[in-house]
Design a protein around this ligand. Structure first.
Ligand code: THU
Length: 142
């Protein structure tokens, strides 16, 4: 299994990607939870695409920051995008690992060794998508 911690290309970008995630978290629309999350994706084309969580009075319609960034990246750069690194931040000083739905969506676009850095209980943590979501859903029809 690839270890995200060994990705040197990411080390140089880590802080700026985290800054971008923190900045976009200011745009979070989260009047119901007051939990403000931002995500920043580094794409294989060098672009950084950000997203924030957008809640709804019908709570289940809420879009997380990570998925908000992913759909924005596809809309902007097309369906062939690959995600080289991900940073997640929140403005609440809390842990916020990507939720299960976001992991499944990240699995669709993230390169296997893409580091995903997020706030965890013990400080910032970095993992690959395979570490975060072993056995992701795949559709292999016979
Ligand atoms: N949230 C995210 O933006 N990303 C995640 O991976 C988990 C949760 C948001 C959704 C909701 O607006 C708020 O955090 C509280 O659950």
């Amino acid at each position: 299994m690839q270890k995200a911690q060994n990705n040197t290309a990411f080390d140089a970008n880590r802080d700026s990607l985290l800054d971008a995630a923190r900045r976009v978290a200011e745009h979070s629309y989260s009047p119901y939870s007051n939990f403000r999350v931002g995500a920043a994706l580094l794409l294989d084309n060098g672009a950084v695409v950000t997203g924030a969580n957008v809640e709804n009075v019908s709570y289940g319609l809420t879009i997380c920051a990570e998925r908000s960034a992913l759909v924005r990246a596809v809309a902007e750069y097309g369906p062939a995008i690959r995600v080289r690194a991900v940073a997640v931040a929140n403005l609440n000083g809390a842990a916020s690992p990507p939720c299960g739905a976001c992991r499944q969506m990240l699995a669709e676009f993230a390169e296997p060794d893409a580091p995903i850095v997020f706030p965890s209980e013990g400080g910032m943590r970095t993992m690959t998508i395979l570490e975060m979501l072993p056995c992701a859903f795949e559709m292999k029809l016979k």
